[in-house]
Write a protein that binds this ligand. Sequence first.
Ligand code: NZQ
Ligand code: ZN
Length: 392
Amino acid sequence: VNYKQSNPTRLYFGAGSIENLKAEIKEAKNVLLTYGKGSVKKQGLYDEVLDILKKNEKNVFELSGIKPNPDITSVYEGIDICKKQDIDLILAIGGGSVIDCSKIIAIGSKYDGDMWQRIKNKQFDLTEKIKLGTILTNSATSSENNYYAVISNEKETLKLGTAFWPVAHPDFSILDPKYTVSLPLAPTVEGVADISSHLMETYFHGQDTENAIVKIVDAELEALIKGIVTVGPKLVHDLSNLEYRETVMFLASQGLSTRLRHVVNGDWACHAMEHALSAVYDIPHGGGLAVLTPNWMDYIAPKRTPKLKQMAINIFGVSSDGKTDIQIATEGIEAFRKFLSDIGAPKTLGYYGIEKSSVDTLVEKALGGGEQIGLMCPLNADAVKEIITASL
Ligand code: NZQ
Ligand code: ZN
């Protein structure tokens, strides 16, 4: 096993963790507050933060209206404000979309070239950014605890992942579950689906499962997946339950943190396919994953039976008595489908109005100019087409 680690984010987790904001903003003069379409105002977080910033005599600037599946135009707008107003702290209050957009603004403000071109060229070697803090309102992506950021360009119908390592990590993140209680049912379901997907994508790595380190990582991932499979359905039936919100917030921040992900190289084909769906149809990320993932599992079952069997037995408690490996694997996939059904996730892409006529475009976008996607089970264009078609 070979890997590199660096996570400089100071995470403040739990009730009242906003008390750490004062010390974190101490050095800043000009603060850019970034947020989405207004949920932070409705739930009161915006007023609370503004009050702290004003009491501490900060000059506050704002970038609002960052949309889900954020567009590069918001990045340009943010960079413009940062350069003109000499911003020395960006404070992102929201979910993955606001945080991702703010990460690219923070880096782009210290760079003279065009950020979109750089992202398209996969040149992720920039090393400077404006200090970035986040206050999370949607437990889903792990963006608060990692260096990834996903950004769309609607004009080019592209949605691209970025990995400015390690600079894009937020400098600090405040995680108080009370700020997620107002999240409505649909994005809560999508968040739970996204968390389960991050853990599954990591779990389906190509590493030798007999390696001692890999065994430890697998056991940790199995515990985390059991966690989301248990708490997810409870939360969607009791949205204001603070204890469930807290558990999901913890699982979300672990889901795509690099602590485990950098040790084993996960598959990530489902994310590549989903980003194509979001690019073309602007659908919620977690919803697309919920539809694709079980169909992907069906496709890989005959090819990667041992790992699916491991999932079935260790995560879903499927008994192996008198069954063939593929039967056990199939029961595991059905158990995962039941979890998705219990949380009320969409089952077909038709739910989002995606039709057969667009399959070829989606396949092309998913492959992103390459020959194949997916590390544990590489998929070529025909395989991607089969999975997307089965998902319609
Ligand atoms: O815009 P507002 O009004 O704030 O409403 C948002 C938005 O409509 C709302 N919301 C958030 N917190 C709320 C709330 N509504 C009420 N109460 C609250 N407490 O929820 C909606 C969705 O928010 P969004 O930030 O888009 O969701 P999420 O956190 O799932 O982020 C999705 C984006 O992250 C990317 C996705 O592709 C997508 O673009 N991802 C980022 C990753 C990363 N940085 O590591 C990895 C992921 O795999 C993912 O690709
Ligand atoms: Zn995701």
